[in-house]
Ligand binder design. Sequence first.
Ligand code: FES
Length: 334
Amino acid sequence: MSIFYVDGVAFEASSGETVLDALLRQNYPANYSCRKGRCRSCLMKYVEGDLALLAQRGLEIEYKQEGLLFACQCIPSHGLTLQSVQSDSLFLSAPIVAKTRLSEHVVKLIVQVSGNKRFLAGQSVNIRQPDGVGRTFAIAKVSGDLLEFHVKRKRNGKFSDWLFYRACEGDQLLLQGPWGHCHYYPGMPEDTLVLIGEGTGLGAVAGIAEEALNKGHSGNIYLYHYGRNLDDLYQHKQLLQWMLMNRNFFYQACVGADSEKSQVDGKRVRLAEPIELVTGRHQFDRQFRVFICGEPKMVLRGQERVFLSGVPIERIHVLSFDYRELRKRPRTWG
Ligand code: FES
């Protein structure tokens, strides 16, 4: 057992227990979501004591320089001293500029950011609504200081309910990030790009494809969008148009086998899982770069299958939607 300190208060940690688990066990209202060192909602600030390397693994250099660490990955040494982090020091203000329905279940959200941070389509950010509830989202598009997101309404999802029914232009959101390596790499214009998006994972992969096309990418770009049914193919027409306008862009829609129709707007939609389709269709070599964005099961399976098909791991970029709503930290404690 070790004793560590947060904001001057002592906590006990059992052998192998993380700072986050120890805090939650002792009813400290810590922020957290993924518990995997990805969402960055559990960040705390190092003050003194021995710090295990794992506590900062995968964290951006600027966060490391500020002494931030993942509470969910940090096994505390005896005497480790930490500080909680105020939202204001991590989050930027981001007003809503526009909100548009893309389908019955998907909203396009555009927010404005200030400052000199660089955002790229395919990266992740945390967004909080004014009362503190938030989620992690993939950036679908960057236009100057405007960021676009595609948000699916979740059953009983506090954030998505608020966004669909109550959020208005001008509402102030808080935004933390960006991070992640799932974005376009402009130095390699001849790469063959294979992009697989499940559900609103389409936003990120279509954003990467658009970035590639805008930058004059010369290699072929294959985009696969998977939805459980035809209603999930919320940008089908637009992507068919991209295919007509760009000789190196190819789009394939896939829907679950239980979907009733296989024709949309006169174009065939495959009744197939995208991973099987992709690995069966492409002869992968070292010039391929693969992007996969969607639910964790599909992303993990896709990563494994594509790697076993010959794509080097450093050329497979994934963004997995394995986040719960970012926990809202109650104001009263201690
Ligand atoms: S990074 Fe720690 S909870 Fe997500």
